[in-house]
Ligand binder design. Structure first.
Ligand code: SF4
Ligand code: SF4
Length: 342
């Protein structure tokens, strides 16, 4: 028996309203001028028409671009520290793409490593992910080369597939299955719906045309690490703007600063980028003064160092760094033109 459910596209608003009773619901939004996940306004479901992927990935919901860590006050006995108020509110992100959901699983490895990051993990533990398969991948997407299917995901709680006028809903995790059980107004998916969903997933998989070969990519990078000529050539047109890293769903560098007026203030952290020449200038010197070293770092961190530490490549092929780079720098060209391993 097919245990999957379905919902008519015109009833997505009712579904989100129902979930809003329990969760702060986030959906793809262009309200701020940039496509990103934003709290649902209780009405608009037009994203089902325009949405391909957000410009700012869902990582911003867990590691925001600027985030207060604690506030402090100085008095005669020294400093008093106040942790940020936590409402413990549960959130639900509707419509996350499989690549961005995988990126969160990759980020978990860093934020749950020797140091467990309470800011990131508290949000992660309080969030349900509702995946929505891609029907129209971008030319710059290459997720399938990284073992990701644009229509499927094990990194979400529920997975939705566009089957025409309806979405098929599959429970992925136990939490997702419980949510389905508690949700009213869903239809029973038929065998024919299941067949249509499988066809849609296959179709979207074959729409991803850009491919790279990642076999032994870490070995190739290791062997050309000191090849300055190669990296200088690859870095020539980069203007070190940092956009590729700030928008990358698996990047996580941050800077910490105190905002203080008289005797009280807030310690904040905000996104930083290894592409910047002033990166780590405050605590010490930037160990990568030249641009080619910084471009090399960006590529090697994802395809050589992260696999060394966590046995997984820290790139999901979302293509943001290609389509949003102001000078059309293309990571797939760099990876495809690596010299043969020596
Ligand atoms: S977005 Fe392009 S120009 Fe900007 S740092 Fe990245 S590669 Fe360089
Ligand atoms: S390196 Fe580029 S393609 Fe890979 S995850 Fe980051 S933004 Fe996406």
């Amino acid at each position: 028996m097919n245990k999957n459910k379905k919902i008519s596209k015109k009833d997505v608003g009712k579904l989100l309203s129902q979930w809003s009773q329990q969760f702060a619901v986030f959906v793809p939004s262009r309200e701020s001028g940039t496509a990103m996940m934003a709290e649902w306004d209780g009405k608009d479901t037009s994203f089902t028409d325009w949405y391909r992927n957000t410009v700012i990935s869902a990582r911003a919901s867990f590691s925001p671009s600027a985030e207060p860590m604690f506030s402090f006050q100085k008095d005669k006995d020294g400093y008093r520290i106040e942790p940020p108020a936590s409402d413990g509110h549960k959130q639900l992100i509707f419509g996350i793409r499989p690549c961005d959901a995988r990126a969160l699983s990759i980020l978990d490895l860093t934020f749950k490593d020797a140091y467990e990051d309470p800011y990131y993990l508290s949000k992660r533990n309080n969030t349900l992910l509702i995946g929505l398969g891609c029907t129209n991948p971008c030319d710059s997407c290459f997720c399938t080369s990284l073992g990701i299917s644009p229509g499927e995901s094990n990194d979400v709680d529920l997975m939705l597939t566009d089957i025409g006028d309806e979405f098929l809903i599959e429970g992925v995790t136990e939490v997702g299955k419980e949510l389905i059980a508690k949700t009213s107004g869903l239809g029973e998916a038929t065998e024919a719906d299941g067949t249509r969903a499988r066809e849609a997933k296959e179709e979207s998989y074959h729409k991803v045309k850009r491919r790279i070969d990642v076999k032994n990519i870490d070995g190739k990078l290791l062997s050309c690490f000191d090849n300055k000529d190669y990296w200088e050539k690859m870095a020539a047109k980069c203007i070190s703007c940092g956009i590729c890293t700030l928008l990358c769903p698996t990047c996580y560098c941050f800077d910490i600063n105190d905002e203080m007026v008289k005797k009280q203030g807030t310690r904040c952290r905000s996104w930083d980028s290894c592409a910047f020449s002033i990166y780590t200038k405050m605590p010490m010197e930037n160990p990568r003064e030249e641009k080619w070293q910084r471009v090399r770092q960006k590529v090697c961190h994802k395809f050589e160092f992260y696999p060394m530490n966590f046995e997984t490549i820290a790139c999901v092929g979302c293509g943001r760094c290609i389509r949003l780079c102001p000078v059309n720098w293309d990571i797939t060209q760099t990876l495809e033109s690596l010299p043969a391993e020596v």
